[in-house]
Design a protein. Sequence first.
Length: 287
Amino acid sequence: MRYSLGSRFRGTLLGAAIGGMLTQATSSKDAQIKAADFTWERLATEVAQSLIRQGNLSYPANQSKTSHSVKVIIATLPIALFYHENETRLQAHLQQFVAWQNDPEIIAGVLAVGYAIASSLREMPPANLMGRVIQFIAAPQLQLTQQLVQVQSLLKHQASLAKAIAVLGEAQPTSAIALALYCYLSTPEDFSLSLRRAAHLSQRSPAISSIVGALSGVYNGTTSIPLPWRLALARDRQFLALWGMQSEAELLRLCDTLVAAWSGAYNTTIDDSLPTAIAAPQVIRPR
């Protein structure tokens, strides 16, 4: 294994957070982003906490039924991490989580990104990822599936980003998902380059850089993430609050606890607030 599961879990959520931060930084001052647009980040944190506490998923029931946002993919990242080793359970939980969206294209996008995340955790090569994603979605009639076939062809011919934009377009939500997969798979080993290209596109489709950050982060782990970006995230308390976090360290602790819960090593009944006592070995002492 090139990187530990802990590094990959961290890389996923940290990459998604940095991708969102870069999108915010490159946005026009005239187009202020409302906090309501970022409920998906906070929901991702709540999903992770639910998986940690219960070892299972509590399906949310209070989302707006009129919201058909590609950014729902961000909220499903902990699900992809937690169920990565079992494709059947992964597919079932992802579909159930976003069933309220009632949009087969968005649901297919969630499945595509979720499967890509799980594939990296299982050390599957990215070279033939698109074919496996298309098979996992199993919906050839969808526009997203057709665009993923185009991504497969673009990657095969080593097409430029400009060519990919021309072929895939930018107006449809499915285009954001397809372009995110293209940005990641065209330079899978280079977190920085993948995310810089995605951030440029995110001026039109804000979700792209967050998705690319998660995809590249899970594949390359935390060591691939440039230190200046991590420092910038640590300083941006306002953006971290969109994740329900006060610091980068808190986000990393969430990732570590999620790994422990997945492995069965995390005991949610332990009260961390209990005081501990340390004594010399082989000596009985009062507490």
